[in-house]
Each structure stands twice: as C-alpha cells, then as structure tokens.
Design a protein around this ligand. Structure first.
Ligand code: NAD
Length: 246
C-alpha cells in the first residue's frame, strides 16, 4: 500500500506517533522517527520498523525550532531519497483555567502544537512540490472543534492546526500535495494518563461509543490519509472520537 514511500513522523517515540510510525511501516513505508525526549524509546521504535523489513532512522529535533526542523527534513530526504508523507504529531499540554493560565503555558503549547506544524509543513513543501506528490497529515484534536475548559492554549493551537490544514491544502493542491488532519477524541496514552480519574470519567461519559480510543484507532485513519485510497480528499479533518462531536 505504501511500498517505497518515505515518511517522517514527529513525536514518534511513544503514544499515537509511535503507533502511526509502525502502521505506516507495516504498509511498506520507510520511516524517520522524530523524537525530542528519549532516544532509547525512539531507537526501539526504529528497531521494530526494521524488524518489519523497512528502513528507519531516528532524528532528534524540536519541532518548534526552524533550524532543527530544516535539518530533520534534510536528514530524512538524504536517507530515503524522497519525502512522501509528513505526519505532524508532536504535541504537548499545559492545562489550566483561563484566569490562571500563565503566559509561558500559553506560549509553550502554541509553539509546539501550532508553530511546530507550520515549520514542519513549510520545510517539506519544496520537496513535495518538486515531486508533484506528497501527503501531509496533521494530528489536531476534537477539542479544536468543540472547545474544552482548562485548555485555552491547546484548543487555540489545535483549532489553528485545522485552519492551517485547510490553507495548506488550498495552496498545495495544484502540485498534488494533499493536506488533511485527524481530530482524535479521548485516546489512552501517556498524555491522557496525566488526567485525574474524575476528568477521565467525565470524558468517557461524553463518548457515544462508551470507551476511550486506542493509538491504533488513530494510526489506521492516518494510514488511510497517507494512501492512494484518499486520493480525492484534501483540507479535511476526520474525527476519531467515538462519536463525541458530530
Ligand atoms: P504523548 O505525550 O504520548 O506524545 C507526544 C510526543 O510528542 C512525545 O513523544 C513528545 O516527546 C513529542 N514532543 C513534544 N514536544 C515536542 C517537540 N517540541 N518536538 C518534537 N517532539 C515533541 O501524547 P499523545 O497522546 O501520543 O499525542 C500525540 C498527538 O495527538 C499530540 O499532537 C496530541 O495533541 C494529539 N492528541 C492526543 C489525544 C489523546 O487523547 N491522547 C487526543 C487528541 C489529540
């Protein structure tokens, strides 16, 4: 399905990003595993990809720093000879009620979750436009559509990602570079482990399918958006939320 394609997944050492990297590899893609924290975990993901028979490299880079992002994209193209799929997955939370939210908390989340998507998208466009083919898939969030108390920074960033997705889709369509987003709901990962039991119960009670999602549920939809099965889709945001927001 993705044989011979070169993919770069940001924040791929754990959680949803890790599962996306593995899913793309299972379908034949070579994958660059970006990480900012644990090299050991990123290496473990790359090893799993190699065990599947695909090539993999690990790249440390902060998605919020332009030089770091440029170097990461160059390293991926040097290693694989092309760059066909970018998944902007890296993200952080710094939750707080609006009246208590510190400027640093707001800035940190916007830098990583929104500016990071802008920088990585910008960095791959030249290569993808030259190829006259490419897929950019942004991991937004359902709260970027619905809003969520305590997450003004995160919601603003994710709503921004959805807007950026539509604009990039329109700018790049003529060169056959397709840009879509996914908006996961409540997915069990290290990020959601930080929630209190009460917050988890409150989230779960809002899910018509009655259970949280798994990273694989997101990865499979990302794989669809990276594949030829979605050739006639661009600028879309697909909700992967058990029906939370319809
Ligand atoms: P996670 O915390 O397990 O993974 C996030 C990854 O991003 C980590 O590997 C982290 O090291 C990396 N990262 C953070 N800042 C970075 C930076 N500046 N540069 C490079 N990498 C960086 O979280 P997750 O739940 O797997 O989340 C993955 C994505 O899915 C995020 O964008 C998140 O906002 C989004 N999301 C998650 C959920 C959920 O319920 N888990 C719901 C909606 C959206």
């Amino acid at each position: 399905m993705l044989a011979g394609k070169a993919a770069l997944v940001t924040g791929a050492s754990r959680g949803i990003g890790r599962e996306i990297a593995l899913e793309l590899a299972r379908k034949g893609a070579n994958v660059a595993v970006n990480y900012s924290g644990s090299k050991e975990k990123a290496e473990a993901v790359a090893e799993e990809i190699r065990a599947l028979g695909q090539e993999s490299i690990v790249i440390q880079a902060n998605v919020a720093e332009e030089d770091s992002v440029k170097a990461m994209v160059k390293q991926t193209i040097d290693a694989f000879g092309s760059l066909d799929i970018l998944v902007n997955n890296a993200g952080i939370t710094r939750d707080n009620l609006l009246m208590r939210m510190k400027e640093e908390e707001f800035d940190a989340v916007i830098q990583t979750n929104l500016k990071g998507v802008f920088l990585c998208t910008k960095a791959v466009t030249r290569q993808m436009m030259k190829q006259r083919a490419g897929r950019i898939i942004n991991v937004a969030s359902i709260v970027g559509v619905s809003g969520n108390p305590g997450q003004a920074n995160y919601v603003a960033a994710k709503a921004g990602v959805i807007g950026l997705t539509k604009t990039a889709a329109k700018e790049l369509a003529a060169r056959n570079v397709l840009v879509n987003a996914v908006a996961p709901g409540f997915i069990t990962t290290d990020m959601t482990d930080e929630l209190t039991e009460e917050q988890k119960q409150a989230m779960q009670s809002m899910i018509p399918l009655g259970k949280p999602g798994k990273p694989e549920d997101v990865a499979r939809v990302v794989r669809f958006l990276a594949s030829e099965d979605s050739n006639y889709m661009t600028g879309q945001t697909l909700h992967i939320d058990g029906g939370m927001v319809m």
